[in-house]
Design a protein around this ligand. Structure first.
Ligand code: ZN
Length: 185
């Protein structure tokens, strides 16, 4: 689908939400990542795996608020562009760009296949799960080249923290919708 056609489906409100969620995700990362490294350091698990769960929270929340296919991918792409534009992609380079866009694609694909829109705890949990696994698998297999056992351990932690992030996003989404009086759409 051409980009302009994809953009056409989103209202100005949707785009503002996408931009805000993207910025919040990026801005909160420097606070969360060092914290996660402190927790995961002794366990020999890459801190990014746990931090990823927190990041996926924003992705699932954005997809839920906008409620249209492609929203999570948009957030991923906007974040990749932000990181790229700010020149803070560091040593991971192109890998960082992929690690931002791939989880967004995974969320949209899962919701599309399930026919859900962050409408229940299950799809929110699974959306966070696939998002964090796709990002973590990419980074840990290609970049860190983890051996099988630590990789399985890392991906298990990624699945749990991603699912947790997605579940929290679902709870927050319920609160947001209640307060704003938004309907099911
Ligand atoms: Zn659902």
């Amino acid at each position: 689908m051409p980009l302009y056609k994809m953009l056409d489906k989103f209202s100005v409100f949707d785009l503002i939400i996408i931009a805000m969620i993207s910025a919040l995700g990026i801005a909160s990362k420097p606070l969360i990542v060092p914290l996660c490294h402190i927790i995961t350091g002794p366990l020999l698990i890459p801190g990014g795996v746990v931090a990823g769960g927190f990041y996926m929270f924003w992705l699932v929340l954005g997809a839920g608020i906008v409620g249209k296919p492609g929203a999570a991918t948009m957030i991923g792409v906007v974040q990749a562009l932000m990181v790229f534009g700010a020149g803070i992609f560091g040593s991971h380079g192109v890998m960082t760009l992929l690690s931002y866009t791939l989880p967004g694609l995974a969320v949209d694909l899962l919701l599309f296949l399930m026919g859900h829109r962050v409408c229940c705890l299950l799809c929110a949990f699974l959306a966070g799960l696939v998002a964090n696994i796709s990002g973590s698998a990419l980074v840990n297999i290609i970049y860190f080249r983890l051996p099988v056992v630590p990789l399985v351990l890392a991906l298990t932690v990624a699945a749990l923290s991603g699912g947790l992030g997605g579940s929290i996003a679902y709870k927050v989404l319920q609160l947001v919708k209640q307060n704003k009086g938004w309907g099911s759409g």
